[in-house]
Design a protein around this ligand. Structure first.
Ligand code: ZN
Length: 474
């Protein structure tokens, strides 16, 4: 490193692989080839999972706002130990069992406004490719067999541990593990292919009957869709070891090339200061939180507001203040759109707006510092609101201020209220407001109040101003 970014600050990320903050530019065609580890669809995703998925979304959007094209692949793990256990217990096929949770996952992502990657890749649709990769690893003598299962021989890959910066050279040779869930910091030869067990589903392939281990799917699908070296591989910090370490061992043994140039990892999420667990009663799916009446955009805001490299403490107070912050920005936008401003020189205000956007952009270029980017916007909103109060905000600054807000929202995407069941369209609301105006004109004040109350019950707030009626959704 040691590069200076004095003139133009470049986009840079903390790379887990090098432990450095490095300038990021895609290797080819201004296109970011990116792989992110997706959900295991054995139950509903929890709020900790969605921290990582929200980080992927912010990452995607910022790369695109920075003018890059995206080629993003995310896997859907639809075969592993827990899925098979649950499917067998419920007398369902794997496909029947996982379809429910895959759909739930995609619905949850849509509620949180997470963009769909260019490609979603299901593990079960790539089994022959995985078998082929394992055959190639066997050819290169990276594997051995035991009881019909095939294992990766870690001692054959001396760089093992380079991502987690751990020294595994003293590991017990031949110690192996064939479950998809691991003890932390215990490197063992991991399973690539599992022999069929009685009553469990399996596939017939060129390497025999069985099913893939968890790690091989990511290596195979990433290389298949994105090529031998990715620009970015991202995931939650809990995946660094062993999952990503194993992905590197498999992929680099197959290709002889570096698997990913940048490894980005989102930190843990705590709930009310504690590790989330079912026994503590602080384990929440997105559905649990929405059922308590919180809006998905407040959840999105809270998850996005803490920079991905920092642990995020998810609290219900935090969720309430996220909702308040969104409300403040919506009110500000409404004020910009409908307010009457002064005909006065706008030069210094335009310079202030440009500075706010620069601060916003530079914060995000700095390893996606979303907290600082939000601070830049809120400082600007506070200052300009004060100027509006004193009648000093120039009319010519309103459009640029809206443009700044639009840039903010193309990343954070929280200003549009989520539509509720039975919600009125804009046209229906305008029609009600016109009816109310008619009633008032006819001195039918009870009727006018009734319409106001009716709208309020449907979540629409009216405000009578000297410039006419303003309305907004609650
Ligand atoms: Zn993965």
């Amino acid at each position: 490193m040691g590069k200076l970014f004095a003139l133009t600050m470049a986009l840079r990320f903390s790379n887990t692989l090098t432990h450095q903050v490095e300038e990021f530019v895609p290797a080819r065609d201004n296109t970011v080839r990116m792989y992110t580890c997706g959900p295991t669809v054995y139950s509903y995703a929890h709020i900790g999972n969605f921290r990582a998925f929200t980080f992927y979304d912010i990452l995607r959007r910022w790369l695109r706002l920075r003018g890059m094209k995206l080629d993003h692949v995310m896997n859907i793990t639809d075969v592993e130990d827990k899925i098979i256990r649950n499917a067998v217990a419920e007398h369902k096929s794997i496909a029947e069992y996982t379809a429910v949770y895959e759909k739930a996952f995609l619905d949850d992502c849509a509620a949180l406004r997470l963009e769909r990657p260019e490609q979603l890749a299901r593990a079960t649709e790539h089994i022959p490719e995985m078998a082929k990769a394992i055959a190639q690893l066997a050819e290169k003598t990276y594997t051995y067999q035991s009881d019909g299962s095939i294992y990766y021989r870690i001692s054959k890959f001396p760089e093992y541990g380079k991502l987690s910066h751990s020294d595994f050279s003293g590991m017990r040779s031949g110690a192996r593990v064939d479950v998809d869930e691991y003890e932390k910091a215990d490197a063992r030869d991991f399973v690539l292919w599992k022999a069929p067990k009685d009553g469990e589903p399996y596939w017939d392939t060129e390497i025999g009957p069985g099913r893939p281990g968890w790690h091989i799917e990511c290596s195979v699908m990433a290389i298949q869709y994105l090529g031998e070296t990715l620009d970015i591989h991202a995931g939650g910090v809990d995946l660094v070891f062993p999952h990503h370490e194993n992905e590197i061992a498999q992929s680099e043994a197959l290709t002889g090339k570096p698997f990913a140039r940048f490894w980005l990892h989102a930190e843990f999420l705590l709930v009310e200061g504690q590790k989330m667990s079912k026994s503590l009663g602080n384990f929440f799916t997105l559905r649990d939180i929405l059922e308590k009446g919180y809006q998905p955009e407040a959840v999105r805001y809270l998850l996005a507001s803490v920079p991905y490299r920092k642990a995020l403490n998810f609290t219900f107070d935090g969720l309430k203040s996220a909702a308040t912050s969104i409300e403040r920005l919506r009110n500000y936008k409404l004020r910009l759109e409908t307010g009457r401003f002064a005909e006065r020189d706008a030069e210094s205000m335009l310079a202030r707006t440009a500075q706010a956007q620069k601060d916003f952009d530079e914060s995000l270029d700095d390893d996606l510092n979303t907290a600082q980017a939000l601070a830049a916007v809120f400082e600007y909103v506070r200052e300009t609101n004060t100027l509006m109060d004193s009648g000093e905000f120039p009319i010519a600054a309103a459009q640029p201020a809206l443009a700044l807000l639009e840039r903010f929202d193309s990343l954070f995407d929280v200003l549009r209220p989520s539509s509720k069941e039975g919600a009125l369209s804009d046209e229906e609301i305008e029609a009600k407001i016109a009816q109310r105006a008619q009633a008032k004109k006819a001195k039918d004040f009870a009727g006018a109040d009734r319409i106001r109350k009716e709208l309020l019950d449907l979540g629409v707030v009216l405000e009578d101003t000297k410039d006419g009626v303003r309305w907004k959704r609650k």
